[in-house]
Write a protein that binds this ligand. Structure first.
Ligand code: AMP
Ligand code: ZN
Length: 156
């Protein structure tokens, strides 16, 4: 069930008249909006950045919009632009404050892609020299005709 609420009434940090669309049955809605405790490392009117409960590495965090969008297809483009701006801020901070040697930014959409929580979120995963392999795939080599056909399909 989707609920609209006047966040300004509940939280003095937020501007009056700001509406947040959240689902009470969604754990990330509840975490993002402070309805259940989270280890937050950044918060503003639209986003909460929390530590992943089962991190892939030291400092693995999740950018959560406070509004509920299941995935990349539902979230508005202008919100994604803000997510990417915030991803840079967080990546810079993780590199600086944790001494990460690299950063992976991962965003899963759909069960087939490994999404397990169906509220849009962006993983920011610090990487450290000598750490375990992750975010890997088996590179394929396809015949040129097949590449051409796929290109046509993508172009629509
Ligand atoms: P995904 O597979 O992209 O949907 O990622 C879901 C992520 O959410 C996983 O990395 C989980 O460890 C993380 N996660 C699930 N529940 C919680 C929670 N209650 N608090 C923090 N992180 C969570
Ligand atoms: Zn949600």
């Amino acid at each position: 069930m989707c609920l609209l609420r006047q966040t300004g009434e509940k939280n003095g940090l937020l501007g009056k008249g700001v509406l947040i669309m959240k689902r009470d049955d969604c754990i990330f809605c509840r975490l993002a909006n402070g309805d259940v405790p989270a280890r937050s490392v950044y918060e503003d009117e639209e986003f909460n950045v929390i530590m992943d409960a089962n991190p892939a590495s030291k400092g693995h965090v999740l950018i959560l919009p406070k509004d509920h969008y299941a995935d990349i297809h539902e979230i508005p483009g202008e919100t994604v632009e803000k997510v990417m701006g915030l991803a840079k801020t967080m990546a810079d901070r993780l590199a600086r404050n944790l001494g990460a040697d690299g950063i992976n930014i991962v965003q899963n959409n759909g069960k087939a892609a490994g999404q397990t929580v169906f509220h849009f979120h962006l993983h920011i995963i610090p990487r450290y020299e000598g750490g375990p392999a992750m975010v890997t795939w088996e590179p394929q080599e396809l015949p040129a005709e097949e590449m051409d056909a796929i290109q046509e399909q993508i172009l629509g």
